[in-house]
Design a protein around this ligand. Sequence first.
Ligand SMILES: N[C@@H](CCC(=O)N[C@@H](CS)C(=O)NCC(=O)O)C(=O)O
Length: 214
Amino acid sequence: MTDITLYDYWRSSAAYRVRIALGLCGLEYKSVPVNLLEGEHKSESYRALNPQGFVPTIEIDSLLFTQSLAIIEYLAELHPDAGLLPGDALDRQRVRALSYAIAMDIHPVCNLSVAKFAKSIAAKPDDMPVAWFHKFIGEGLAAYEGMLAQQSPSPFSLGDAPTMADICLMPQLYNARRWEVDLSNMPRILTVEENCNRHTAFQAAHPDQHKPQG
Ligand SMILES: N[C@@H](CCC(=O)N[C@@H](CS)C(=O)NCC(=O)O)C(=O)O
């Protein structure tokens, strides 16, 4: 892999996942910002790259890839030593289950366009989006905590090193904190968060490092 361009938005959880994965694989990349608030992801030129009109899109050696988990699994196959997915089939299943609990069950209902539409038809629009995010992020993360509690304690979501599960968890926690979701009853998640926060790949991918200047 020589030439990598990430179509990115600093606060996008899905793009943040891919930034972490690239860091864990030790891959350098060029970032092209796509401003979601200005609707750039719905433009004809961006949809030519990603027909779904979502970020991220990644271009690797002139090939386009979409869907953050599919991108991460592709990177995992090309860079098995990065440990994004464990070598053992049972552990891989566990990591995927944790990852999907966030990426497929929490994230889609908290997407910008979904929350905006929900607000437009809500009986109590003034409660939106806070009540919405508190419910779906709070319940979803409580379930993730329950999944961790079924396993023996470990520094990361599964084992002693970060995997795709932590890559999905950290952006979701960033959002949870942004919306002030109560995480106090989630000790296993808080331990994982602390360990990820010490890791350079997670630090470098943090939205604060990718926020537009000025
Ligand atoms: N399943 C997709 C989801 C991508 C996605 O939802 N991206 C969000 C940002 S985190 C987006 O582009 N939202 C734009 C919108 O909702 O209009 C993936 O994992 O790549």
